[in-house]
Design a protein around this ligand. Structure first.
Ligand code: KG4
Ligand code: ZN
Length: 352
């Protein structure tokens, strides 16, 4: 473990244990977040500043705007997380930040801030994979869960079914062949005039709709992969052909088709692996229908459904600090010369 000038950092003097205090920073996309987590599970603070209003009129995240906005608020968000946690700089044992995947300009803001703090406080820096952090968000409430578990990570940029075999050992079971689940929600919401981000809007409108009003085929892709662009296109064609269809009915039918597909594959994966639980992660994990269906399926199959709180499903820094605890314990600190990687994958991909 090295700190300033290559000298051992303060973290190297102590084992990584249940009293280790980590400040986590997350700036990979459009949330500026900081959190203080003790021992990898005890969340002392979890502050998130969302840029969603800044990007709403563009219908998606604008990278240039995102980077500038992170830069403007990062210092105050970190300060707020420290104050809320009641933690003094001298009590921090390591500083972690998301190093990828994400928007390069956004990642650089969080990583630069984390490295600067690590240097000044003379503690280790830990670079965290954002996707791994989403996996750990589910374990914050259930750190003792028996592994393996299956994690369904569904966000605006990712749709992945992952076998969480052990800490640091993940196997990618399947991913989307086209749109990410959240992307499909956002596109259908835009088509229906429901605004951005579309997921929460569809979720809310669908409450008043009939999920069987529109019959949408559930795509039957081989294995554990997903495809959502067919459902999206079918919705658009149906609405054009039948303008009398009500928006709540269309939203509920679309949501039912997507969530049925997600739950069916996650359930099959859990059975095939003998997993003790299915865990949800990513922004779409906040979806009410998905949470309800997954809960029912898990109960039926006699396994556990790990449904992190909505705050933990969307981007946050508590999951970054929690992941950093495991990484620091297993691998030690990340060198201060390490950069960001906008295309970082969860599982290293070798040559084809
Ligand atoms: O994980 P996240 O906050 O950001 C990344 O993409 O990394 O996920 C955002 C996505 C958006 O596509 C948003 O529409 C979707 O999650 N989302 C939802 C819900 N809340 C957020 N999708 C369906 N139902 C929701 N309740
Ligand atoms: Zn995310």
């Amino acid at each position: 473990m090295t700190g300033r000038d290559g000298r051992p950092g303060r973290g190297s003097d102590h084992p990584v244990d249940h009293s280790t205090v980590i400040l986590g920073i997350e700036t990979s996309c459009d949330e500026t977040a900081a959190a203080v987590v003790v021992g990898g599970t005890e969340v002392r603070s979890n502050v998130v500043s969302s840029q969603v209003d800044l990007h709403a009129r563009f219908g998606g995240v604008v990278p240039e705007i995102a980077g500038r906005a992170h830069e403007q608020v990062i210092t105050s968000i970190v300060a707020e997380a420290m104050v809320e946690a009641g933690t003094k700089p001298g009590e921090i044992d390591a500083v972690a930040a998301t190093v990828g995947p994400g928007l390069v300009g956004s990642l650089l803001v969080g990583v630069s801030a984390a490295k600067a703090l690590a240097l000044v406080w003379d503690v280790p820096f830990v670079g965290v994979n954002h996707l791994e952090a989403h996996l750990y968000a589910g374990l914050l409430d259930e750190p003792e869960i028996e592994l393996p578990i299956v994690t369904l990570l569904v966000s605006g940029g990712h749709t992945m079914l992952v076998a969480f075999e052990d800490h640091g050992r993940y196997r990618m079971l399947g991913s989307t062949l086209d749109d990410a689940a959240g992307e499909a929600f956002d596109k259908v919401a835009r088509f229906l005039g429901l605004g951005y981000p579309g997921g929460p809007a569809i979720d809310a409108v669908a409450m008043a709709g009939d999920p069987e009003a529109l019959h949408l085929t559930r795509p039957m892709i081989e294995g554990y992969d997903f495809s959502f662009s067919g459902i999206k296109t079918a919705v658009i064609q149906a609405v054009r052909a039948h303008p009398e269809l009500s928006t709540p009915d269309v939203a509920a039918s679309f949501q039912a088709a997507v969530t049925d597909t997600l739950v069916a594959k996650a359930r099959r994966a859990a059975r095939d692996l003998g997993a003790s639980a299915i865990c949800l992660g990513g922004g779409v994990a906040a979806n009410s229908a998905l949470r309800e269906k997954l809960c029912d399926a898990a109960t039926e199959d006699g396994i556990q459904a790990l449904l992190p709180s909505r705050d933990m499903c969307t981007d946050n820094a508590a999951m970054v600090a929690a992941t950093a605890w495991w990484r620091l314990r297993a691998d030690g600190p990340t060198g201060l010369g390490a950069g960001v990687d906008p295309a970082l994958s969860l599982v290293p991909t070798g040559p084809a």
